[in-house]
Design a protein around this ligand. Structure first.
Ligand code: ADP
Ligand code: MG
Length: 343
C-alpha cells in the first residue's frame, strides 16, 4: 500500500507557519506589512494580553475585493507578483503569499474589508480549519481589519514557547517601532489592553520625522545624532547616527532599512562597526537609524521567509559605500574629548 500522502492544506500551512509565525510579534510584522503594501496612511494596532489573546490591525488602505477574500487566506496566493521576473524588482514588502494562510492555520482569524469609500463591507473567518473560508456581508469602512485571536490555540507545542505577556508585548512593540521608522508617511497607533502606548502621526516635514525618531529611539538619541544624506554610484544613504559618546552597551538602538525594508545584515553591521572602530571603546555599540536606497534589481530580498536578510549583488561596493560615508561623517567629530562613553 502506498505510504506517501499529500499533506492537507491545513497541515501544510501549519508547518509553513513554523517559519513565519514564531510569536505574536511575527504576526504583527506580517499584518502591518500588508497594511503598508495596501497603501494605508493610518494603521491602528490593538493588542490584548501581549497579543496571545487578541491582535487587531486596522488600516485605511485599498481593501480586498469580496471575491479575493478566500484567496487572500490561501497559501501561495498574492496580488503582488505574477511571474519570476517580478521578484527581481519587487517593490512591496510581501510577495510570498503565505503570511495570512500561515497565521490563520494557527489562530482564529477574522478579516473584514471594503474597497469603496461608500458601500458595505465583507467578512471572512477561518478558525485554523482547512481553507473553507466563508464570506459574509459586514460593515467596514474602506480598508482592511485583520483580527487574530488565540494564537497557537491548536498547536500546544508552539504555545509552550510563548513568554510572559510583558515579554511578548515588548517584542511586538519593537516591531511597531521599527516599522514606524520605515514609513514616516504612515500614522501608527498602538494600544495594549485598552491603553495608548504609541500614537505616531504621519510626518511630512524633516522636523516631524526627527520628532518621530526621538519618540521611538528616545530624545537623547536625537540630541546626540548627526544627520547624514549622501549618494554615490546609484546608492543613497541617509538617516541619523549617534556620536561615539552616545554609544550603547548593547546593539539595541540599531535600525537599518534597505529600500524601506527592515534588515539585519552581517555585511551592513560589519561596515558600520568598521566605521566606528577607532572612535568606540571595545564592547560598545553604535546607535543609528539608517536608510540605504538602491536599485531593487541589485538586491535580492527572497533569501529567507521573514525577509530580514538580503543579498546584495555587489556586496563589496555596498560595504565600501557604507564604510566610507560613515567614516567621513565621524571624521569631523573625532576630538579626543569625545571618546568617553556615557550611556
Ligand atoms: P503577501 O503579502 O506575500 O502577498 P499575504 O498572505 O500576507 O501574502 O497576503 C495575501 C494577499 O492578501 C496580499 O497579496 C493582498 O492582496 C491581500 N491582503 C492582505 N492584507 C491586506 C490588507 N491589509 N489590505 C489589502 N490587501 C491585503
Ligand atoms: Mg504579506
Amino acid at each position: 500500500m502506498s505510504q506517501i500522502k499529500l499533506l492537507s492544506p491545513r497541515l501544510a500551512n501549519q508547518i509553513a507557519a513554523g517559519e513565519v509565525v514564531e510569536r505574536p510579534a511575527s504576526v504583527i510584522k506580517e499584518l502591518v506589512e500588508n497594511s503598508m503594501d495596501a497603501g494605508a496612511t493610518r494603521i491602528d494596532v490593538d493588542i490584548e494580553a501581549g497579543g496571545v489573546k487578541l491582535m487587531r490591525v486596522r488600516d485605511n488602505g485599498g481593501g480586498i475585493e469580496q471575491e479575493d477574500m478566500p484567496l487572500a487566506l490561501s497559501r501561495h496566493a498574492t496580488s503582488k507578483i505574477i511571474e519570476l521576473e517580478d521578484l527581481e524588482n519587487v517593490g512591496t514588502l510581501g510577495f510570498r503569499g503565505e503570511a495570512l494562510a500561515s497565521i490563520s492555520s494557527v489562530s482564529r482569524l477574522t478579516m473584514l474589508s471594503n474597497t469603496e469609500e461608500k458601500g458595505a463591507g465583507w467578512k471572512a473567518q477561518s478558525e485554523g480549519r482547512d481553507m473553507d473560508v466563508e464570506v459574509s456581508p459586514a460593515p467596514h469602512p474602506k480598508g482592511t481589519t485583520v483580527e487574530v485571536r488565540d494564537l497557537f490555540f491548536n498547536t500546544p507545542a508552539r504555545r509552550k514557547f510563548l513568554r510572559t505577556e510583558k515579554t511578548e508585548f515588548g517584542h511586538l512593540e519593537e516591531v511597531i517601532k521599527r516599522q514606524s521608522l520605515s514609513r514616516f508617511d504612515v500614522g501608527f497607533y498602538l494600544n495594549h489592553n485598552g491603553k495608548a502606548i504609541h500614537a505616531l502621526k504621519p510626518c511630512s516635514s524633516q522636523l516631524e520625522r526627527e520628532r518621530r525618531v526621538a519618540s521611538v529611539c528616545g530624545p537623547a538619541f536625537m540630541q546626540n545624532a548627526l544627520h547624514i544624506d549622501t549618494e554615490a554610484a546609484g546608492l543613497r544613504l541617509w538617516g541619523w547616527v549617534a556620536l561615539p559618546t552616545f554609544s550603547r552597551s548593547q546593539g539595541d538602538l540599531q535600525h537599518f532599512f534597505v529600500n524601506g525594508r527592515v534588515i539585519r545584515d552581517k555585511l551592513v553591521s560589519h561596515a558600520v562597526r568598521q566605521a566606528y572602530r577607532d572612535v568606540l571603546f571595545h564592547g560598545r555599540h553604535p546607535a543609528f537609524v539608517l536608510y540605504l536606497e538602491l536599485d531593487p534589481a541589485i538586491v535580492d530580498v527572497n533569501v529567507h521567509p521573514t525577509k530580514h536578510e538580503v543579498r546584495f549583488r555587489d556586496g563589496r561596493t555596498v560595504h565600501d559605500f557604507l564604510f566610507r560615508s560613515l567614516h567621513r561623517l565621524l571624521a569631523d567629530v573625532r576630538p579626543e574629548d569625545q571618546l568617553a562613553p556615557t550611556v
